[in-house]
Design a protein around this ligand. Structure first.
Ligand code: DOR
Ligand code: ZN
Length: 345
């Protein structure tokens, strides 16, 4: 039995750090195990210009613990007023790694997202030309579409037509939650899928059976078990088109445990331990490095990290803090629902 695993230090290709007191409290949780992370731009107000991205990057760097081995990879929030030239310059200068597309109203702070795709075509064409990746929140917002179908419908109604219009555009379909997402990516070019830690572990029963569990509620919402199984198969396959994006998204407990609770699972603290557990259960520990450390940089055409981390399996279950205290209030850490024996040494 494998009890020790050394892999290239991982990256997180989808992370929410927020700002201010929250940023200060959650950043060390990611910087401990990860070298880089794609930082989501859905602040209030959103990060829409290169200038705002540079200022946000400076705030993240200022919040980093002494000696941390971590670099934020910045993104811009795509709006119908985004200037193609601003995006191209920010990408060519190395300031941003990607642009994020939120369909307007799809999730937390997405009100400034895209309603009319015709209006963003010039930006998408420019991005295809310079090689900048589009990160996509893949859910339709049509109230007539059932929330559990919103990802599959997005593929048909939005993603497939968009890819026909700009086939050269590199796309990350973020936090895929369905077999439909897995299969669509497997059959397509220039598109990869990120997968969260929690979507490899929970299905919709975990949210709803035996009482409502607000800390498992996120968007896209976890689907039925057959979809979780498809995600695990994709993640543990070693296929370079699937990689880790935790979508670790902190909200304080009062904002989660409410009559209208916020969407988001905070998994930065124990992600690598959870992943080692999932991959071991699939007899695929040898594929963990591809998923967490190699496939993401290949998709974003970035070098692989040179440093390593070691995961160790111990006899006793690892005790993770159940909450991270922040200046804004406590944030609950993702509970996988079973004991975990793997820890990062
Ligand atoms: O669960 C989510 N939380 N999904 C998102 O798309 C946004 C995120 C957040 O910002 O809290
Ligand atoms: Zn997210």
């Amino acid at each position: 039995m494998i009890r020790k695993l050394t892999i290239t230090r991982p990256d997180d290709w989808h992370l929410h750090l927020r700002d201010g007191a929250m940023l200060e409290a959650v950043l060390p949780e990611t910087a401990r195990d990860f070298s880089r992370a794609i930082i989501m731009p859905n602040l209030v107000p959103p990060v829409v210009t290169a200038k705002q991205a540079a200022a946000y990057r400076d705030r993240i760097m200022a919040a980093l613990p002494e000696g941390a081995d971590f670099a934020p990879l910045m993104t811009l929030y795509l709006t119908e007023d985004t200037d193609p030239a601003d995006v191209a310059a920010a990408f060519n200068d190395g300031l941003i790694t990607a642009v994020k597309l939120y369909p307007a109203g799809a999730t937390t702070n997405s009100a400034s997202g895209v309603k009319d795709f015709d209006r963003v075509m010039p930006v998408l064409e420019k991005m295809a030309e310079v090689g900048c990746t589009l990160c996509v929140h893949g859910e339709v917002t049509d109230p007539a579409v059932d929330i559990f179908d919103r990802e599959a419908v997005f593929i048909d109604r939005v993603l497939a037509p968009l890819r026909r219009r700009v086939p050269e555009l590199r796309i990350t379909m973020e936090h895929i939650t369905t077999k439909d997402g897995v299969d669509y990516i497997a059959a397509s070019e220039n598109i990869a899928g990120s997968i969260t830690t929690h979507h490899l572990i929970i299905n919709r029963n975990h949210i709803l059976v035996g009482g409502i569990k607000p800390h498992y509620y996120c968007l896209p919402v976890a689907k039925r078990e057959l979809h979780r199984v498809a995600l695990v198969a994709a993640a543990t396959s070693g296929d370079p088109r699937y990689f880790l994006g935790t979508d670790s998204a902190p909200h304080t407990d009062p904002n989660k445990e409410s009559a209208c609770g916020c969407a988001g699972v905070f998994s930065a603290t124990n992600t690598m331990s959870c992943l080692a557990h999932v991959f071991e259960a699939e007899n695929a520990l040898d594929k963990l490095e591809a998923f967490a450390s190699l496939n993401g940089p290949a998709h974003y055409r970035l070098p692989v990290n040179s440093s390593k981390i070691t995961l160790e399996k111990q006899e006793e279950a690892v005790i993770f803090p159940s909450k991270v205290e922040t200046g804004d209030g406590p944030v609950t850490v993702f509970d996988p629902g079973f004991p975990i024996y793997w820890r990062v040494a």
